[in-house]
Each structure stands twice: as C-alpha cells, then as structure tokens.
Design a protein around this ligand. Sequence first.
Ligand code: NCD
Length: 646
Amino acid sequence: MSRLAKFDVVSIEDLETSDIERVFALADGFAAQLEHGDQITTAAGLIMATLFYEPSTRTRLSFESSMHRLGGSVISSADMHASSAAKGESLADTVRVVAGYADLIVLRHPHDGAARVAADYAPCPVLNAGDGSREHPSQTLCDLYILRKKKGHLKGLTVALCGDLKHGRTVHSLIYALARFGANIVAVPTSGMNVPDYVLERLATERNYSLSTVTMDELKSLAGGLDALYLTPSAPHQMALFTGDGALRPIPAAEPPAALDAFYVTRLQKERMSGKEAGAGEYVRFDARALRTSRTQEAVVMHPLPRLGELAYELDADPRAVYFEQAAAGVPVRMALIALLMEKAAGASTGPRPIAEAIRFKTEPLPRCSNPNCVTRFEGAYLAPRFTLGRGIDTTVLALKCGFCERELKTEYVGHARTHRYYRFDENQQGYVRQWIEEGSLAVFESRKQAEEAGYEPYRRGPQREIMNQEEVVGAIESLADQVIADVHDMPAVSIVGVVSHGAMLALRLRDLIGAKTGVLAPCAALDAYKPADALHPIDGAENFSVEDRIIILVDDVINSGWTVQRAMATIWQRGRPAAVKLAVLIDRGHRAVPIRPNYVGKNIPTSSGERVQVRLAAAGAESKSHDRVMIYSIVEPLKEPEAAH
Ligand code: NCD
C-alpha cells in the first residue's frame, strides 16, 4: 500500500500552475542543499520503482538519483526485456504488482497513452517519464526551470522549437506549458515533422492558443546572420479575442519581437518514424553562428538530449548553451516533484483534474483507435475503448478522441443502437449524437458495409424542400459582394479564402462579382481545415498566396456550429498575421457552439438541429446558374418512430 496519495502526472496538464511554481521553489531549496552537501531525509522510508520499457540515460538515472538524494530507495526494471513483460505480462498487471513493492512508479514506455493505462491500474502515483511520442512532463519541468532561471521569467518569452516536432514528446509537453505561462511559441519543424494536430487542437480548445510556424529557410536566414526573419506572433494568439464583439478580428498587430529568447532543439526521433517518413528532408543544425545575430545574441540554446548532429560541439563552451544544465536540473527538479507528491499525501493541495467521462458503446463492433502506436493497439482486450467527443468536428465526420493517446478517430457512419438505424454523419445531427451518447445508444461504423453487417438499416430521410431557388442564391451572392465592397475600402489589400468545397466555389464567384464591380480581382485560396498538410492552396491562377498583412475574406457556404470556421481561422493564423479576417457566409443557420458571428451573410435560415441543409452551386464562370439552389431535409427522428425498432 503506497504511503502517497494517488496523484498521477501523465500530462504536464495534470499539474496546476501552483504545483509547477511549488516544484520550482522546492527545486531551488534542494539545489542549495545539494550544493552544501546537506543530508536530506525528506523521502526516508519511501520506495520508488522505475519501469523503463525504452532506453534512457538522463530520465531514469536522475529520477533514481533524486530519490536517493531524498533519502528514499529505488527498485528498478531498467530493461523490461528482463522482466515478465518479456513473457507477455500486461502493463496493467505489471503496475498493479509493482505497486505492491513501491510507493510510486516512474514509467517510460514506447506506446502513446501507456502512462494513462498505468495510472488507471496502479493504486499508487504514476509519473510519466515519456510515453511514445505523446508527453514527457518531468522533462518539461526541467526545461522550464532552466529557462526561467536564465531569463528570470517565462511570460512573454519567444521560444523557437526546432526539429522533429511531430514525434518529440518533450516538445509536446513543453508547448502546453509555454502556452500556459504566456510565452510566444515559434515552431520551426523539419519538413513533414510539424506539431501534430491533436496538440494544436488541445492548445486551441483548452488554452485558446495558436502557435506560429516558420520554415527552416526562414530560420536559416536568421541563424546565418541575415537577420531577415519576421517572427510572428509577438504575443500569443488569443483566439477568444478574435470574436469579442462578434466580428472576426485579429489582436492588434504589435511589433515583431526584437529578439529570440531561446532555441529548443530536438533530435530526429528515428525510432518513432514509419517507413515512409524515414526520408525526411534537411534537418536543423546549429553551430556558433546561430547566436551571432542581433536577434539571437541573447538566446539560450536548449535541448532535452541526447543530441545527434543538430548541435555542434563547438557550442558547448558558450554560456548560452544550457543543455547540460537542463540535464543537471533533472535531480533537484525531480526531487521537487517527488516532494510535491509527498505534500499531496499530506493534503497540501487539490487532486488531479477529473477525466472527461468516456462514451459508453454497447454495440459491436466497438470503435478502435486509429493511431497505430496507441497503447490500446498493443495491450489487448482488457483495455476497453475510451473515447470522448472530439472537438475537431468536421461537417461530415464525427470525431472521437481517444482517452489514451488523444488522437481523433474520424467516423462517417453513426447509428442508434435501439432502433438499429444508421446514417452518414453530418454536423447538423450533432444534437442526436449528443442525445444518444447520454442514453448510451450511440453506435459508430467505419463504413456503410459494417453498419449493414451489424444489422443496421439506413434512416429514411424526410421530404426535401427547396428553401432558396436559383434567383435567391444568385441574389444572396450579389448581396455578399455588395456587403464586402461597402465594408472594405482597401480592395487591393483583399484576399479571399474559401473553405472547401462549397466555400471555395463561392469564393471564386464572389471574387468575380467583386472584380466586375470594382475592377480588382482578389487572389483566392482554398482552405481545407481538416487536411493540415495541404491546408491552404491558391486556386484559379493565384500564385504564392500569402495571408501576411492582407484583409482576408473567409468564405463558407453554411455556418452552423462555427467549429469549421474556428479551425479555419487557426489555420490562417498559423500561416501568418493578416491585417484582418472577415467572415462571409451564404447561409447562417444560427446554432453556434463557438462565439463567432459572420460579417457578411447572404441569408439567415434558422433551422432545427436535425435538419440538413444542402447547397448546390454553379461553378464560377458557368454560363447558366440553373444549378444554384438550397435544399433542406430532415432525417427521421428515431425516438418518434418506435415501430422501426428491431
Ligand atoms: C528525450 C526523450 O526520451 O523523450 N530524452 C530525455 O528524456 N531527456 C528526448 C529524446 O530522446 O530525444
């Protein structure tokens, strides 16, 4: 039986800001005591178990050293191949057994979400020492501790994260923490190694934060002394501010930062890459020149280590190279983390954050996480799927967020387990889905075939009604063009971005109309908020589409919850800093889940949540507009149709 209260640190977000501050204060104290050679007995009588399913030097040895320095003891399985894991013992069983021998468990594991599993099964506290490519919270404590020590504070610092930002778990935990402390994050990913979507999503939804990305070339020109990098943003992107009075506006443009405060460099995480990723392009490499420009001379160079080729050894002698200090901070900081757990045991602070309640699926087939490295794909049937409703809801896909690895599973077909009916999801049916989740009767299917094989029949759709005819659609688009012209005086500064697919068609028609009326043909781009790799591409002849300093007219056919628009906004802000973003929609359905109000509306059509609006548009340049119309229909309300039940 552990002598510590059950308090797990699976994510850096499990620690309150006050916890992190407390860790820093305790670490300062321990560092001073270590310096004086004091005998410390804080953790006398406590036993820590380190279970490492992956190689480690710093993390395991500094955790173990910390516990010894605190006067406690350590038992260790540093090579799990020598443990019963090699015989196929599950993680759940292993941690339950080990919890009988120790007061806390420190776990490193190759699978995303493994620390969550361990925390759920172990009766003692579990500290995540790295789970797959997901998180590494104790490394972040070391990173923040050193960064703050060097700079005196964290708020307002501009930190460039460089390298493999996709698989680097230290980076993911650090991003959440930097956002929380109000630092500006500039991501400089190696090609194809961007910060993953689920991390950006979490930043946006939980912290209202969007980081900016610059290319390796821009970084090189900075590091090579050309001093040409324009860093955005100079303040964290606060999405909530876009929408203060219902209009979409960026926060006022501020001066670009005079300097970078830190480079955080990471190695390529080869062991986490799939075959097709292996040929990644040029990788960042820092040498002494990187710190010679006016913008970088105050910067510290950080690295969680181990380094490969990305930091030249010549940097080591420079006082701004702080990576060995980060590694050394591992001892006082991890001592502080253990001491914090002991304070939790003494009731000094509140418990961990509650975990959102998972959706109960009663029907087979149960959904399966789509992340090939999710712990649920390896641990076997004892791990029931755990999903909550994702926030990245596409208009045509229901996103379920895995409670272990946080990746979103996108499902197209949803069913109602009592009536055995299914339909192809679209966001207008969110109301039903939420209701079914509450009843425990939601079923999800990968395909129509899977639904039919499970004995489900398609919902019958209600009668279709035309709510806008050709003339009305043409009139509404005209009206949008007029609204834009009346509102925006600097037409040459306008660029138009259409959300695929109908928004992009509408964008071109709007551009042509505005062009005919004003003589200015705006550059156009299509934005697919759900395909980040190709999120914003020029359409119809526009080249080198840039959002920088432009007045962006964001165009979509229908706005309902506003999620797609919110996501589109985040994508735009990631590409640079526009002068303003204005939203134009053909139809406003008015069931907003996020505080966004369009600036230009073709027509307001209040509809009920079970109704589906279908927009048909003629292509820009088409002679005849006879294709233009808007239809509405409803799927049959399942609960009012008991005779349909099987
Ligand atoms: C990191 C890790 O294991 O995630 N190392 C560490 O703990 N300091 C970084 C890495 O392996 O690249």
